[in-house]
Design a protein around this ligand. Structure first.
Ligand code: 13P
Length: 249
């Protein structure tokens, strides 16, 4: 049985004060929830406030990106050691918004993933097709390519903590959720590909999250799919009640 991971991606929302407010309201709502893992990924600036607020709770804190170098002249970037030093345990890698707007490629995703795994962070590696690719019947090819390149030259042993998130780009922030069946189909493609790369045993325990307009209203139908091992929630994770409802699907 794969333990589900319910993850929040706040993107570029909230200040440190708003972060503290969120946790003050959110933690009591999910205090008994041990069925699944819970992770909140706020902007870098809010990480210390989030870590301090969530200390001793059942909620872990993740970053939204990590650089692959140990240190150096890389203005605007953050290293794995810097994240670990303040208590970050998870990191989102290769989000479609990084790919779309900030020049992230399959190769840089691979570098970030390797570094995160080496450092002992739990990476949530995002893959997913854009609308034109889906309409052209290319979804499976795109997912295969993204997985092959992202996982390049990583051993199954090193990849032990890997989590993948399937986020169809056409479903992000659009209110259009992939149906549970569409998501499950894509997850099966990812799992099959992971099996070819890392071995079937690894693939059987790999957690694959779904992301894209996950809301309290659709969470339980999505989570009922055997292929879906959790959620990566954007917009609906900003409100404590809404994220708690999703966590409790
Ligand atoms: P929304 O839940 O706002 O569609 O965002 C999904 C996402 O990109 C999570 O990483």
């Amino acid at each position: 049985m794969r333990k589900k991971l319910m993850a929040a991606n706040w993107k570029m929302y909230k200040t440190p004060d708003q972060t503290r407010d969120f946790f003050r309201n959110f933690l009591p709502l999910v205090s008994g929830q041990t069925r699944d893992e819970i992770v909140v990924c706020p902007p870098f600036l809010d990480l210390p406030a989030a870590i301090e607020s969530a200390k001793g709770s059942n909620v872990a804190i993740g970053a939204q990106n990590v650089h692959w170098k140990e240190e150096g002249a890389f203005t605007g970037e953050t290293s794995a050691a810097q994240l670990l030093a303040i208590g970050v345990t998870h990191v989102v890698v290769g989000h479609s918004e990084r790919r779309q707007y900030f020049g992230e490629t399959d190769d840089t995703v691979n570098l970030r993933l390797k570094t995160a795994l080496e450092a002992g962070l739990t990476p949530i590696c995002c893959v997913g097709e854009v609308l034109e690719e889906r309409e052209a019947g290319m979804t499976d090819d795109v997912l295969r390519r993204q997985c092959v390149r992202a996982f390049h030259a990583i051993s199954a042993k090193k990849a032990a903590k890997l989590v993948v998130a399937y986020e169809p780009v056409w479903a992000i922030g659009t209110g259009k959720t992939a149906t549970p069946e569409i998501a499950a189909e894509a997850h099966a493609v990812i799992r099959y590909e992971a099996g070819k790369i890392f071995g079937e045993e690894f693939a059987a325990q790999l957690r694959i999250l779904y992301g894209g307009s996950v809301k309290p209203e659709n969470a339980s139908a999505l989570m009922a799919q055997e292929e879906i091992d959790g959620a990566l929630v954007g917009g609906a994770s900003l409100d404590p009640k809404s994220l708690a409802a999703i966590v409790k699907y």
